[in-house]
Design a binder for this molecule. Structure first.
Ligand SMILES: O=c1[nH]cc([C@@H]2O[C@H](COP(=O)(O)O)[C@@H](O)[C@H]2O)c(=O)[nH]1
Length: 300
């Protein structure tokens, strides 16, 4: 049984040791409405190619994890309703039912690791939920990163999570966290949080990945890249949006794993939030491809 299907282009790139950037696909089913989700997926892939790497979007189709889905497959998933955003704990179930599914960072990291891809670009990392005192709600992203040996670039974690506790847990799991050319952990839609991190450049990130290879450490590294100045949103915009979304969740009794799905789907109700989210996806694709290309240039 071959549940992991790697496209010919990606297989050849792996053999030729060319840089590859994996893309998770949750934004196709939850973050961005159709047909804009298709446009963003293709533009992110284009950004990766422009920076000298090969894009590998990962999704679940017909009982297989597909690494490097085609434009037609992107179109098919993006236009379908009720596609399941699938994290590690749901993976066997969704595959056994042969359902179509999109990937979280956890599932994409799992697939990337097994395919031999070392870099993953996404919008937001899952994390420790704020109601942790009552519900032990923690995204599987964190635990998968502890063993997937890749570089995960996001713009931080989404603002309905507890950032400090998430970073504490990553530290406990041995996953180092860096700011991309910033000493402050990014605030996702907002420019920065007050949490300090080590700042690294693309060159340094490539070196850190090589050092990790040398040390045979299995943890991933997490690089948090802020949106460029002028693209972030002020807190006066995001704070009421977050409060409104949290209130809606309370009113509709949204809890557990539905929380992240509801949060992602709420982006469609605010044009500026949706635009910032698209920018995050495209910008991170650029940065990840730069790091992947530098890593391959200097790997003997
Ligand atoms: O701001 C965001 N938060 C979360 C996600 C997605 O949600 C997943 C985490 O979901 P959960 O909390 O169900 O593990 C992440 O891996 C990512 O795919 C995202 O795209 N953007």
């Amino acid at each position: 049984m071959n549940t992991l299907q790697v496209s010919t282009e990606i297989r050849e790139a792996i053999i030729d040791q060319r840089p590859i950037v994996a893309l998770e696909s949750s934004f196709l089913s939850h973050g961005i409405p159709y047909p804009e989700n298709v446009e963003v997926a293709l533009e992110a892939a284009e950004n990766i190619r422009r920076n000298g790497a090969v894009p590998a979007t990962i999704a679940l189709i017909d009982g297989q994890i597909k690494v490097g889905i085609t434009k037609q497959e992107i179109q098919m998933i993006a236009s379908k309703v009720d596609v399941r955003k699938t994290s590690i704990q749901d993976l066997p179930h969704v595959l056994s039912l042969r359902h179509t599914g999109t990937t979280t960072i956890a599932t994409a990291a799992y697939a990337a690791r097994h395919a031999g891809i070392r870099f993953l670009s996404a919008a937001g990392l899952g994390g420790v939920h704020t109601d942790i005192g009552n519900h032990l709600d923690i995204s599987n992203d964190l635990f998968t990163m502890a063993e997937s040996n890749i570089c995960v670039v996001t713009s931080g974690i989404h603002p309905i999570l507890d950032t400090l506790k998430t970073l504490d847990l990553l530290e406990a799991l041995g996953v180092p966290v860096y700011g991309y050319e910033t000493e402050h952990y990014p605030g996702f839609f907002n420019p920065a949080t007050s949490i300090r991190v080590d700042s690294i450049t693309a060159n340094h990130a490539a070196e850190i990945m090589q050092m990790k290879d040398h040390l045979t450490l299995n943890q991933s590294i997490h690089i948090a890249a802020p949106l460029p100045a002028g693209k972030t949103l002020p807190e006066e915009h995001t704070t009421p949006f977050i409060h409104h979304t949290l209130q809606q969740m309370k009113d509709h009794h949204v809890s557990g794993k539905e929380v992240t799905n509801h949060w992602l789907s709420s982006f469609r109700s605010d044009k500026d939030i949706l635009n910032a989210y698209k920018c995050i996806l495209l910008h991170n694709a650029d940065i990840t491809a730069k790091i992947a290309s530098l890593y391959h240039q200097s790997t003997p």
